[in-house]
Design a protein around this ligand. Sequence first.
Ligand code: HEC
Ligand code: HEC
Length: 387
Amino acid sequence: MTNRKRVSPVLTSPMLTRPMLALGVVFLASSFAFGQGAAEPKPLMAEQFFKNVQVLKGIPVDEFMSTMGFFSAALGYSCENCHEGNTWDDYISDTRQKKRMARGMVAMVNTINRNFFAGRQVVTCYSCHHGGEVPRVTPDLTALYSSPSEEAPDIVKTAAGGPTAEQIFAQYTQAIGGAQKLAAITSLVAKGFAVGYGLDVDKDPVEIYAKVTGERVTIVHGAAGVSTNSYDGKVAWLAGPQIAGPNLQVPVLSLSGQELEGAKVDAEFFFPGKAKPAVAQWKVGTSTEIGDDDVQVLQGTSAGGVLATLYFNAETHLLQRSVRYTNSPVGRIPTRVDYSDYREVAGVKIPFKWTVTWLDGRQSFEMTDMQANSTIDAGKFTKPPAR
Ligand code: HEC
Ligand code: HEC
């Protein structure tokens, strides 16, 4: 069983592989040592925390772990291809040649981008590897004469002549029930199930609480215990049961930097009508397709620097997909949400199903009940003390 294929069955956050949680335990302990307690703990840098960091310096611990996810996805690897096993000692060790090779590749990529592309991050591990270990040298004749692969570009080209972003949002607002009904919703309480992929196909009961002011918490009742993923308007954190390995209890893991900004954008995209203000200036891209559906494309960057793309169904005008990207030293890290099964809640159409896809996993959510404007205890979003 590999870490990459077997993603945590209960946590909803991307990038939370089991080893990351294992490290989260120690991370927490040391963030206390670094004087946590102020409202916003200072992010702990990779080189302060990890034992053998030679090239990926100057980034927070959670971004370092996202980078590991990027390596794995770009090469079609599991963590074990570069690390002997999944104990911390295995991660520290340099015994695997592939790990040493990866360091050299980071330096190579940085040199290429600096010398040929004015430092823009346009060449990444994925540019050459494309999900495989050894990049191809010769154009493949079979691939050349079959239909082109459907990889959507991450940076959207501005299209002229079509509807403006303002018009696309207006159509969406109209389609979900109109500005007045939308404005009347100040909170949502949803209940349903979370379903994992691959080996983790358990249907776990889930509760979600969200407020128009930005707070959101997802609580999954998994077989191993309760997992929480929360953004309280300022701080994002995750808490989970014993899924990190034997004898490892994971109390609370705070997110920082781009991971925190990503959690904020996730909460904004979840609440109907909040996607528009999440980004100051949306640009309209060329319309494209998702499966058989024509979609209109909007892209922009949040105040916190998170690049995001929205896909609206051209016929129903409902939001069909959102993708948000966080930065890492080796490339952009995508998290995608596909929305479906829109149903009315207090006169506003809200998706009852969505699937979250990230570099090392996928999880689906199916709501059975959603209530607008019930009172939510503020404590629901509060970060619990580390036990
Ligand atoms: C393509 C090879 C590659 C893959 C795949 C990979 N890593 Fe790494 N990993 C590295 C390299 C290289 C370093 C050292 C980075 C440096 O020196 O700056 C590292 C360092 C680490 C460290 C820091 C250990 C320490 O204390 O010094 C951890 C933890 C880690 N990796 C976890 C993972 C996990 C978890 C995965 C799977 C999600 C993974 N890695 C996948 C190459 C890889
Ligand atoms: C400019 C193209 C290019 C880019 C960009 C690139 N690589 Fe490579 N990489 C190669 C080639 C070519 C090989 C095979 C070398 C050989 O066959 O000797 C390779 C081999 C490797 C291997 C060894 C695979 C094996 O066979 O054991 C690792 C690990 C690796 N790359 C990691 C990375 C990582 C991590 C990144 C991003 C930081 C990256 N590469 C970016 C071209 C690239």
